[in-house]
Ligand binder design. Structure first.
Ligand code: BTN
Length: 263
């Protein structure tokens, strides 16, 4: 069976992944999604490739996905949500990936805002690109990269020590189509909950899976390194950090802080 057919066979969704645009090779599924969105693509459209050649990460970084080994896909959402819950969407996407991975009985954790970790190493990342009209989030492209069947030596040397894959952790190959379908199944449930006003369960589930809750973290804020206790997540999805040097409590968005690391 083809990649897309196996994904479809395992979907339990009404909206997400019901339209699939598959590319054997593409620069970035997020860029492709943006073009399709501008051409009027439906909500839920899944953009999927087997070989992403110029994957984009957060804060202008690049993203490596092993050709034929990892998962690189984007989903078009049209939340039409205003206010606080909109900020929680990015957390819901990371959470959906951890939900999928836990079906393999692996313990996966989240690092602010949505790095997916296994054994403390990065195994997945999310790039959420949103559009607003006024304070209404009209569209969002949820770009998801998951390391699935890469071996350690297949990762670029620069990230080898801080990166892992599902296959490395479970010590056997994993079926990519299943992980993708499980991620969309979970995301659809969590997204529906969020749209109906339930941000709290996403926030508490996120906090339960956070690798550094209550711990001291270093982070980059306004171009400077700072230290604080990561206390949790506010109702709008922002990080609550108790800054150590002047004992102030900050609530910061993922655009305002970078490089959150447990120390
Ligand atoms: C990060 O952790 O910096 C986010 C990485 C996001 C990577 C995914 S792979 C599919 C989608 N297309 C991209 O170009 N980026 C995202």
């Amino acid at each position: 069976m083809l990649f897309t057919q196996l994904v479809t066979a395992n979907l339990q969704t009404q909206i997400l992944g019901r339209e699939i645009e598959y590319y054997t090779r593409v620069d970035s599924t997020n860029l492709e999604a943006r073009k399709l969105l501008e051409e009027g693509a439906e909500e839920g459209t899944l953009i999927l490739t087997d070989n992403q050649t110029a994957g984009r990460g957060r804060h202008g970084e690049s993203w490596f996905s092993g050709p034929g080994k990892g998962l690189a896909f984007s989903v078009i959402l049209k939340p039409n949500m205003r206010g606080k819950p909109a900020g929680v969407l990015s957390l819901a996407v990371g959470l959906a990936v951890t939900d999928a991975i836990e079906n393999f009985r692996l313990v996966s954790q989240l690092k602010w805002p949505n790095d997916v970790l296994l054994s403390g190493k990065k195994c997945g990342g999310i790039l959420l690109e949103t559009r607003f009209q006024g304070d209404v989030m009209t569209s969002a492209i949820a770009g998801i990269g998951i390391n699935v069947n890469e071996s350690q030596s297949e990762f670029p040397e620069s990230i080898r020590n801080i990166t892992t894959s599902i296959a490395i952790e479970k010590q056997s190959p994993a079926q990519r189509e299943l992980i993708l379908a499980w991620t969309l199944n979970s995301l659809e449930r969590r997204y529906a909950g969020l749209k109906s006003g339930d941000a709290s369960s996403i926030i508490s589930d996120w906090e339960n899976r956070c690798s550094h809750i209550g711990k001291t973290v270093s982070f980059n804020w306004k171009g400077e390194n700072a230290m604080g206790i990561f206390e949790g997540v506010a109702q709008d999805g922002e990080a609550i950090i108790h800054k150590l040097d002047n004992s102030t409590r900050l609530t910061l968005s993922s655009e305002e802080i970078a490089d959150v690391r447990e120390v």
